[in-house]
Design a protein around this ligand. Sequence first.
Ligand code: SAM
Length: 343
Amino acid sequence: MDLAKQLAEQRRLTEDEYAHLIRFRTAESSVYLAKRADQIRKKIYKNHVYIRGLIEISNICRNDCYYCGIRRSNTACERYRLTKQQILGCCREGYELGFRTFVMQGGEGTYPVGKIADIVKSVKERYSDCAVTLSLGEYTRAEYEIMRDAGADRYLLRHETADREHYRKLHPAVMSWENRMRCLYDLKELGFQVGCGFMVGSPYQTAESLAKDLKFIEKFMPDMCGIGPFIPQGDTPFRDIPAGSGELTVFLLSVIRLIKPNILLPATTALGTIMENGREQGILAGANVIMPNLSPLSERKKYSLYDNKICSGEESAQSVSTLRDHMRSIGYQIITAKGDIIK
Ligand code: SAM
């Protein structure tokens, strides 16, 4: 409990202390951290939960990450790429449902940067009161600059792990941890609101590597951080590795909220997939963002990063009113707003 209290008071621990906090967590320390995280979030964001419309624009990817269902080598994956018209159609529907942020996520290298810029420009022209978040992987600084100039406001690029050796075990050698880090710093310097993040329980992860992730968050000070449990996908090399823990994910959401009180922190789909009421638990522990799925129903099942990914019911943007009622029942309010970080 001492370390949990220290974190809540000082917002910082040493790397060894983070590892200790994680390894020896108890029900008592989890409940305590969730309570403190919730208090600090409410001071800044009240009981507001921001929603983002997630549009999975393509599952074509040049990368071959060992954990991911849309990796290049997965021949069982039926590939698709949305057209500009389809993406604009998703935005129109999302706008009517009350979404004021659109997150365009997809495999890497599907669209040339000029095409991405063209789509972003059109979305911003039509919906000038909305934010556009991109989550399309690694590009050069000059390419990110083109995306920013087209009007993209935010960029999500999970760092995946802050431990270089660990990164190597999750990705083929052609992918480099250094380049991923370079991208994150470039995005920040270019003025994007930037999100990093990692999977909880990814293969070879240890309390020590998670401690490095937390130290990285302290140092990088992202505007957003996406964390969710690793969930195996049957057509990947990690198909037999057990899923990460929902309980540890919820615990880490509280820790991250305490490290950076104003961070935008989603309760992710992966958390909702692995754990009954996972998203609610995440919100109660300090998360303040939910990203319902706005992708065309015909393609949704094909964006299969991991097995049994939820994409209907309350996970669906079309069910936002049910989600709103549900959040209200646990004391939170879904807000129709761009939902920028409050500085
Ligand atoms: N291509 C972009 C990128 O690399 O950032 C965005 C798409 S990528 C599929 C989005 C995220 O999905 C990854 O950053 C990874 O953390 C997560 N992911 C991939 N496979 C997963 C799995 N098996 N379980 C949980 N999360 C997974």
